[in-house]
Write a protein that binds this ligand. Structure first.
Ligand code: ATP
Ligand code: MG
Length: 587
């Protein structure tokens, strides 16, 4: 069951990696020293994300370097240099200032991946207001809940989204003072109660001086993906930029010459930390694609844009696998040099597949909305053990912990024993609060640790292995089983495209393992295939761990950030209320 380690050849990976000597860098690393890689605002003015991402590159040799190339759905291309981005984000900061939007006020964005989203985020940081992105596919209810919880003062959205989702609930959004609308090419028709984003931008000055910003000033509000329940509003500060920068450098191996493509939706944390901030602080050229997933389009982008570093998610990788290696072979992907993945466990099958298909393995990394940045990663210079999340970043202390009988948190020192994944607080991008939920925040900390809610184990060489979320772990006949292990085995079968595994209550075993499976094209659900899969899993996992039941589904329920919603599968199975589905992807 164990997959062969993927060894890195020095010429291909090691010699150019930012993190060459993991152990040495870890032992000498300090966050103070990491901060010195950034510039800080002039005159000891503190630390502002937008200064580090844009302004410090907008002068001198990098001023005319391409910061962002935007690819529109319909083939349009817009390019922005660091200097142009500097001016446009200054303009947006002035738009906010002219409207009387102050430090700490919340600016929400409800848009797809359009250039204005980037001006909005960075201009908001400049004005020291708080940026909060929303999924553009949210319906009116989740929009209302988040805008009201976050007390948004400004909403940037498109004319279409406003008409479809916001106009009808506008009266129920008491904090919302201004709605700034983006058009669809032509001049906007004037809609009562809204302002024209482009007109405000045109009328604003392109000079702006960022006022002193304390690293502890709030910069971001991010709602979690809602995989396990009602989404929480995680609060992040400007000082987080130190972690964004250094994790982009070490975990994504960003170099100035890179063309970087992060495919994440801007509505969740990856879309900001690594879709906006980290690539810019590292001075790379980033590609932004407006369109949704499409295998051929994606390969065309990788080829035409000469993407060198690509950051995506397991769900997309599984879709590429489903599309087949032959599709990939039609394209020249020779510029690619580093592939990374986040968001869900990356099945070993996917790592091996990419290694075979692209000649490069995906590097899994682990983090959460709460951690603000990558915490555990497979680094460019490191041999990959497929299925492992890798090792903690320099500056990050991670441990496997369990509660002892007295209720105290104890670190598990024996290798391969599973427990809760915990982190020592103190890294800069750690969340500072769950908005309006202080008790829920407090509950995440105990005995000097931040408890992540994920279960994992660490092997004798220090690699971390994801087991499952605490809520998803299955208790069967005295055993604890993580769904990831079972799902990964099912994915090894050629017919299986996706698998989601839950514990189904059972009078004798407490729970039994039940798998929901969707099939690759060309395969039909049948009793014979069900039996084959049950046998296939039993042969590899043993009778205790293997699923006892398999149900075929055309598609598994997923969050908009691409995660399988096991709680929903379970609720449906048990006929229970399905709970908060605000982040559920529509089928
Ligand atoms: P909610 O907290 O609202 O239930 P969520 O936990 O899915 O939603 P995010 O913060 O977007 O919201 O996701 C973080 C979680 O995603 C992690 O706690 C972990 O369970 C999972 N995850 C992220 N990366 C990985 C990875 N590389 N391997 C395994 N799991 C991962
Ligand atoms: Mg979570």
């Amino acid at each position: 069951m164990s997959w062969p380690t993927i060894q890195k050849t020095p010429s291909q990976f090691k010699s150019q990696a930012n993190l060459l000597d993991y152990e040495f860098t870890r032992s000498t690393f300090t966050w103070q020293q990491a901060q010195r890689e950034l510039q800080g605002l002039p005159n000891d003015g503190g630390l502002n994300i937008a200064h580090e991402a844009v302004d410090r590159h907008a002068q001198g040799a990098t001023a005319n370097k391409l910061a962002m190339r935007w690819l529109g759905k319909n083939g349009e291309v817009h390019e922005f240099t660091y200097q142009q981005l500097h001016r446009l984000t200054n303009r947006f900061a002035n738009v906010l200032q002219n409207l009387g939007i102050a430090k700490g006020d919340r600016v929400f964005a409800l848009t797809g991946r359009v250039p204005e989203l980037y001006f909005t985020a960075l201009g908001t940081f400049k004005n020291r207001s708080v940026f909060c992105p929303l999924f553009s596919a949210f319906g009116p209810e989740p929009i209302k809940a988040r805008i009201n919880l976050g007390e948004a003062k400004v909403l940037v959205t498109t004319e279409t989204l406003y008409q479809r989702k916001v106009a009808a609930i506008r009266d129920a959004l008491p904090s919302l003072k201004y709605v700034l609308l983006l058009g669809t090419g032509q001049e906007l028709t004037s809609i009562p109660g809204t302002l024209n984003f482009h007109q405000l931008m045109r009328e604003s000055n392109e000079e702006f001086t960022i006022q002193p910003t304390d690293p502890e000033d709030i910069a971001l509000l991010h709602f979690t993906s809602g995989t396990t329940g009602t989404p929480k509003g995680a609060v992040h500060v400007h000082g987080a930029v130190v972690a964004h920068h250094i994790t982009g450098k070490y975990a994504l191996d960003l170099h100035e010459a890179d063309v970087f493509w992060c495919t994440a939706d801007p509505g969740w944390v990856t879309g900001t930390s690594y879709g906006i901030i980290a690539p810019l602080t590292n001075g790379v050229t980033m590609i932004v694609d407006e369109a949704d997933f499409d295998a051929e389009r994606w390969y065309r982008i990788l080829q035409e844009q000469k993407v060198t570093v690509w950051y995506t998610a397991p769900t997309a990788i599984r879709m590429l696998m489903k599309a087949g290696a032959e599709v990939a072979k039609k394209y020249d992907l020779s510029k690619l040099r580093f592939l990374a993945s986040v968001g869900e466990p990356l099945n070993p099958e996917a790592v091996a597949w990419s290694h075979k298909t692209y000649g490069l393995p995906f590097h899994d990394n682990w983090w959460q909305t709460e951690t603000g940045g990558i915490m555990i990663a497979n680094f460019a210079s490191m041999d990959i053990r497929p299925g492992s999340m890798g090792k903690p970043l320099p500056g990050i202390e991670a441990a496997i912990v369990n509660k002892n009988p007295a209720g105290k948190i104890e670190v598990v020192t024996t290798p391969d024993v599973q427990g809760e994944l915990a982190l020592r607080p103190g890294w800069p991008s750690m969340f500072r609060a769950y908005l309006n939920e202080p008790a829920r925040y407090q509950k995440c900390f105990a005995d000097g640790f931040y408890l992540t809610g994920d279960l994992a184990r660490q092997d004798k060489d220090g690699y971390f292995w994801f087991v499952g979320r605490k809520d998803d772990v299955i208790k069967t006949s005295g055993h604890l089983i993580g769904p990831f292990e079972v799902e990964s085995i099912l994915l090894e079968h050629p017919a299986v495209a996706e698998a989601g595994v839950i514990g189904k209550p059972d009078p004798t075993a407490m729970e039994i393992v039940k798998a929901f499976v969707s099939l690759k094209s060309g395969y039909e659900a049948s009793d014979a295939l069900r039996k084959e899969l049950l046998g296939f899993a039993r042969a590899r996992l043993g009778a205790v761990v293997a699923p006892k039941e398999i149900e075929f589904r055309d598609k598994l329920p997923r969050t908009r950030s691409g995660k399988i919603m096991r709680r929903l599968l379970k609720a449906q199975e048990l006929g229970l209320p399905i709970g908060d589905t605000s982040t559920l992807e529509e089928s």
